[in-house]
Design a protein around this ligand. Structure first.
Ligand SMILES: *Cc1c(COP(=O)(O)O)cnc(C)c1O
Length: 421
């Protein structure tokens, strides 16, 4: 059996261990230190570089996770008990869960067809309707760069500016993606990055928040370190969090920054290869940059399947309760109660996922929209059907640094062989 091909496996430069060794040698085994400072500087010079324009002057704060970055950005935008936050429904739960940590309510906004991200027209409709219904403005807007693809940030910023609502860009999947030559996460008031094990670069686990200026960055740092006032003893006037990045993790991050450009180039190369090899395969279409403003990092390569495309074995899809995730995927300890739910990918998508799995290739459906998640059944949602439709037809294909040209050929061959003719 050939080695399993994963969606996006962490890949080391070899320099990570030097930075970690230095941390041990100098006894900086704490959530601060030279690696944290160095990693933040590296990230700042990376995100501040623009193509065809002068550099920006954004500040970056290293945190323990991307989820922590979302949480602190919301807090800094004044989100609290009883508030509402507009968030893209087509996303991973880390975009919306922190809204609930603060006692606020997520208001979900559906996507447009070009980028699969937040629909600006629907966003404005939602703002107007929330103001009409509650008499108050939502506290923040959270668009998400799904699989790295940029959102229509020029229109989103224009609308947000008109209503005076801050934008928190969830660029956790979009590290290094650009819109009009500018790195995602640098347009809004805050930009979220993630360095989880399967993202564009990793610190094993970690995240960062891009801030507009030094004062904002200092405020985030204050809340990330338990909100301590400047006294000789611990004096607390605010509730803080233990969200600072570890100096060991930051050492991994510094090593990763030496290969981030290679990683991005590789993901784009794999995307091109899929497009080339699948272009004549009827019923399957790759999701690509909609126009020249968009420059996705293609964190994951994604495709959609025509509902009429017949995949071998699709009549048997969803026949059994899936038990493999329990104990297999980290932290999945609850067994599924049913073989099906009221909103799931089409049978041909599930059959293709199973065919790839049997060929030792990891593939996965698109994120299930948050407004279709049982836990959010009572949250307001402004929908046009696009994310739900995409969820039913979409699939994520491997794209990480370990995916070779030969792997892509093998994956495409497996896909072709699974099609019923
Ligand atoms: C990964 C991710 C995050 C942050 O996740 P962490 O695992 O906490 O670093 C946030 N939003 C989206 C859309 C993500 O994919």
């Amino acid at each position: 059996m050939r080695e399993r091909i994963y969606l996006c496996l962490a890949h080391m430069s070899g320099k990570e261990q030097d930075f970690i060794k230095e941390a041990f040698d100098t006894n900086w085994v704490v959530p601060m230190g030279p690696n944290v400072n160095g990693f933040e500087k590296d990230l700042e010079s990376f995100v501040n570089k623009r193509i065809g324009a002068g550099p920006l002057d954004k500040k970056v704060v290293g945190l323990s996770a991307g989820t922590a970055a979302v949480h602190l950005a919301l807090l800094a935008c004044g989100v609290g008990q009883g508030d509402e936050v507009l968030v893209q429904t087509f996303t991973f739960c880390a975009s919306s869960h922190p809204i609930t940590y603060l006692g606020a309510t997520p208001v979900f906004v559906d996507s447009e067809k070009d980028s699969w991200n937040m629909d600006p027209d629907l966003l404005e409709e939602a703002i107007k309707d929330r103001i009409a219904k509650t008499g108050r403005k939502p506290k923040a807007i959270v668009p998400v760069a799904l699989y790295g693809m940029p959102y229509k940030i020029d229109r989103i910023m224009e609308i947000a500016g008109r209503y005076g609502i801050p934008v928190i860009e969830d660029a956790a999947e979009g590290l290094g993606s650009r819109y009009n030559g500018q790195v995602l996460g640098t347009f809004g008031k805050y930009g979220v990055l993630s360095f989880n094990g399967n993202k564009m670069i990793t610190t094993s686990g970690g995240g960062a928040l891009i801030c507009g200026n030094e004062a904002d960055a200092k405020e985030i740092l204050f809340y990330a370190t338990q909100a301590r006032e400047s006294y000789p003893y611990y004096q607390h006037e605010h509730i803080g969090y233990n969200y600072r990045m570890s100096n060991i993790c930051a050492g991994i991050g510094r090593g990763q920054m030496t290969i981030i450009d290679d990683h991005i180039a590789h993901h784009k190369h794999v995307q091109e290869l899929y497009c080339e090899l699948l272009k004549d395969v009827g019923g399957i279409r790759m999701h690509t940059n909609p126009s020249s403003e968009y420059d996705s990092n293609f964190w994951l390569c994604t495709a959609t399947l025509d509902p009429d495309l017949k995949i071998k074995g699709q009549q048997d899809a969803y026949k059994h309760v899936i038990t493999g995730a329990v104990g297999g995927a980290a932290g999945v300890t609850h067994a599924a109660k049913t073989a099906v739910t009221d909103c799931q990918p089409n049978a041909n998508v599930e059959a293709l996922r199973m065919a790839l799995d049997a060929a030792n290739v990891e593939a996965r459906p698109l994120w299930k929209p948050m407004h279709k998640q049982p836990v959010y059944r009572n949250a307001p949602a402004y929908v046009n059907g696009i994310s739900e439709d995409l969820f039913k037809v979409g699939i994520c294909l491997p794209a990480g640094p370990y995916v070779s040209d030969e792997d892509v050929s093998y994956i495409v061959k497996t896909i072709k062989d699974s099609i019923e003719i």
